[in-house]
Design a binder for this molecule. Structure first.
Ligand code: ARG
Ligand code: ZN
Length: 488
């Protein structure tokens, strides 16, 4: 999905990828070139694909927990950003049985995690097209560079899908770089007695004659693929309502929102749906009841809640290696369903999910903000000032391994400096510009880049524009600097 305020950095990546696009098509009359096989992300160069921009995914998945097999159809509506003779989708594992583009059969080829579709007719630059891929198999989780398992994970009697940074390519073909956000419709069919959950609003739930249950989940606001989730099994649900959403945001639009559309009144409300796996023994009721409270408090501080649904999914401990801020409905292993983690994952709805990193190098913009949201929460509601957290983080050696804006490799993306030093950058910014200006930055940043992508450079430029002064000294030491300053 193209964002009006897509960043220069992301555009440059796409341009580079297009240059790398390869030779011209072979057959007569074809002038297009294949889209690039990757977007040259600094950490995941092959992730994502060039030459098109996805507007919507319609995924239809049937799952059999007995065998672990999924049967899927992905319908991808996209716009060509160049004349295209062929284009790639990222897909890891599974077996493709057919592909079409605009209704005509398309040739396809697999090589590693790249699925190449060659449409019958070349797609002209600017044209919208619809690709379908039918596929099936038992999804294989990915082991991340940092050792966590992610993707489609089997549970006792079900499955849960999470994937930051790249697990989503284990269960559907797509443009799996965070710079190509899109709307999603996810249709899940599961055996009798089970239920299924995903992002956004559940628009349908029906039971077939054979007892199988189909649910349809609609995500209208742009979503990066790493934020897509599915949870299948036996779950107990709860519903509530939270205030704090912009009244005029409606149910979201597919086009990028303007730079000022995040600053509305807070009079709207958002439906909250929580789902807890039936086998979870811990009592989650009290914390689930806090979700609307936390969201309203965060909306006071960060600006209107950016999505048309909210909630949480809590899964029995075991398969999940981490909690993840999956869009509208974060997923938690039961052992991590605590207030601190909840505050963190809900804060990501603004910082990470609405304003999303341009590349994986910009991840501190997610984790630093979500960590700082934890510090702000205890300062405001639990009598522990942010400064106390800052000093504690300053004292810990693990936080000084590298600067937050420059993790040494993909295996370090989720290391302590990205979280703790990321939050320390924000605390130093606050001390430098003062609370009123800092509050304006906290609200203004997710408003300016609402439902879009942004880079570290976009952030430092934005903060300087609000502060009305150059802050190079701050960034040099706290954001980019190696080693520990003498004083906190
Ligand atoms: N973004 C998640 C959080 O809220 C963590 C994801 C961790 N991913 C990983 N591959 N280790 O902190
Ligand atoms: Zn996080």
């Amino acid at each position: 999905m193209t964002q009006r305020n897509r960043t220069g950095a992301a555009a440059a990546l796409v341009a580079l990828a297009l240059l790398a696009g390869g030779c011209t098509g072979a057959t007569g009359g074809v002038r297009g070139t294949p889209g690039a096989a990757g977007l040259r992300d600094p950490y995941f160069p092959k992730l994502g694909n060039g030459g098109y921009d996805v507007g919507r995914y319609a995924l239809s998945l049937a799952y059999d927990p007995g065998t672990g097999r999924i049967d899927g159809t992905a319908e991808i509506t996209a716009r060509a950003t160049q004349d295209l003779s062929a284009f790639n989708l990222d897909l890891a594992g599974l077996t493709v049985s057919g592909a079409t583009v605009d209704g005509a059969r398309a040739a396809y080829n697999r090589a590693g995690d790249e699925l190449t579709l060659r449409p019958h007719d070349e797609i002209p630059k600017g044209a919208e097209f619809r690709a379908t891929v039918t596929y099936a198999g038992v999804p294989e989780p990915i082991t991340d560079a940092d050792g966590s398992a992610e993707g489609w994970l089997r549970t006792a009697g079900g499955a849960v899908a999470v994937g930051e940074p790249e697990g989503s390519k284990t269960w559907f073909p797509g443009n799996h770089h965070p710079s190509d956000k899109a709307a999603y419709d996810i249709t899940l069919t599961v055996p009798a007695g089970l239920d299924a959950f995903s992002n956004g609003v559940r628009t349908e739930r029906r039971t077939a004659a054979d007892g199988r249950v189909t649910t349809v989940w609609h995500t209208s606001e742009p979503m990066a693929s790493y934020l897509a989730t599915v949870a299948i099994g036996r779950y107990e649900t709860g519903t509530a309502t939270a205030a704090g959403r912009a009244a005029e945001a409606g149910s979201g639009t597919d086009s990028g929102s303007g730079t000022d559309s995040g600053s509305g009144t807070d009079s709207g409300s958002v439906p909250v749906l929580t789902a807890v796996e039936a086998s979870v023994t811990a009592d989650t009721a009290a914390l689930r009841a806090e979700i609307p409270v936390i969201l309203e408090r965060q909306a006071d501080r960060f600006g209107p809640y950016p999505f048309s649904a909210a909630g949480a999914i809590v899964v029995k401990d075991g398969p999940l290696g981490y909690a993840l801020e999956t869009q509208t409905r974060p997923v938690f292993p039961a052992a991590s369903f605590d207030r601190t983690t909840l505050v963190h994952e809900l804060a990501h709805q603004w910082y990470g999910n609405s304003v999303t990193p341009a590349t994986w190098r910009d991840l501190w913009l997610n984790e630093g903000f979500a960590t700082y949201a934890e510090w702000l929460y205890t300062e405001e509601y639990e009598d522990v000032p942010a400064r106390t957290h800052f000093e504690r983080a300053f004292a810990q050696d693990a936080n000084w391994a590298f600067p937050p804006a420059a993790p040494p490799g993909p295996g370090n993306l989720f290391d302590p400096p990205v979280y703790q030093r990321g939050a320390m950058v924000l605390h130093k910014l606050r001390e430098t510009v003062g609370d009123p200006v800092f509050d304006e930055i906290l609200r203004g940043w997710p408003a300016k880049y609402r439902h879009a992508n942004a880079s570290t450079g976009d952030f430092t430029a934005y903060a300087e524009s609000v502060a009305g002064k150059d802050l190079d000294g701050l960034w040099d030491v706290w954001l980019y600097g190696d080693g520990k300053p003498d004083r906190p």
